[in-house]
Design a protein around this ligand. Structure first.
Ligand SMILES: [Mn+2]
Length: 302
């Protein structure tokens, strides 16, 4: 199956700058050898980001505008039967990539690999950084302002699994409880093992669904190994474990219809360590999808 790279260079979802350069960097690294199409979006230079601490809706309008453009391109590619790999950008770009997939494919599940649960709402957020809200937005748990461009179903929280979380805000915990989303923590990965957790994740996300959107946030990895993210969280997994999570995703590739690799922040990186890991994840995914994933067998609405 063919892949397409969609660069979603926005860091409007976080007060720290730099994630907007993530896709630029990765695309630069890979464009010499990559055969597929590359589509790049970069946030408007004219935008002055809101960094006001009391602003609970930082750059809400600009994020919606940016996501609307990414969404349109994603829908286009998915309709053509291509496998989009979306490169972030902060995690708010996943609202566009996942909901595009949800529009094109019937009954979709989601696996959200992340140190954070990204399940805040405008009411619960402490920082006002919208990259802490996307998972809730995609699940239709409040946050309707963040999916104005989307005219379709949301992804059912009961078919959404968050993997690797270790930083959950107090109010966010309530959202998680009320929504019905499943969370496996970093501790779960260590205790139960990666394979067991990922198998369970695919079972839940794949239950009566035809396809799954996988969103891979690089901050799941320990900042000692991968410092190049905007909001690092200590006590993460190591590089080998990060690759082993990817391997489990790729073992289920027939169920997966699109994927994100997000939150690479080149301005925070040290000796390009995080970039190298992201590149490895990207190249391994491309190779697997192009070589081994068959012609799509999802039912399409179109
Ligand atoms: Mn995230």
């Amino acid at each position: 199956m063919k892949t397409v790279l969609i660069g979603a260079g926005s860091d409007l979802g976080v007060h720290i700058d730099g994630a907007k350069f993530g896709p630029v960097q990765l695309i630069n690294d890979i464009k010499g050898t990559y055969q597929g199409e590359i589509i790049s979006f970069l946030q408007d230079d004219q935008i002055i980001k809101s960094r006001n601490l009391s602003d609970r809706r930082k750059n809400e309008y600009e994020i919606d505008q940016f996501n609307a453009r990414v969404y349109e391109a994603e829908v286009d590619q998915l309709k053509k039967g291509v496998f989009p790999i979306t490169l972030g950008g902060d995690h708010s770009v996943a609202i566009a990539s996942s909901l595009a997939d949800c529009l094109v494919h019937e009954e979709i599940g989601m696996i959200w690999i992340d140190a954070h649960t990204d399940y805040n709402t405008f009411e619960s957020t402490v920082t006002g950084n919208i990259h802490g809200l996307p998972c809730a937005a995609i699940n239709g748990y409040k946050c309707h302002e963040l999916r104005k461009f989307h005219n379709g179903n949301v992804i059912d929280p009961r078919k959404t699994v968050i993997v690797g979380a270790r930083s959950i805000d107090d109010w966010e915990k309530d959202n998680i409880k009320y929504s019905g989303v499943t969370v496996f923590t970093t501790q779960d990965l260590k205790e139960k093992g990666i394979q067991a957790v990922m198998n369970e994740a695919f079972q839940i996300a794949g239950n009566r669904t035809k396809s799954i959107h996988v969103s891979y946030d690089l901050d799941i990895i320990d900042p000692e190994v991968a410092p190049g993210v905007s909001v690092p969280e200590v006590d993460g997994i190591n590089e080998e474990e990060a690759m082993s999570i990817l391997r489990e995703v790729l073992n289920h590739i027939e169920q997966v219809s699109s994927m994100d690799i997000v939150e690479l922040n080149p301005l925070r990186d040290v000796n390009r360590k995080t970039e190298q890991i992201a590149l490895n994840i990207l190249a391994t995914t491309i190779q697997k999808v192009e070589k081994e994933k068959g012609i799509r067998k999802f039912e399409k609405k179109y």
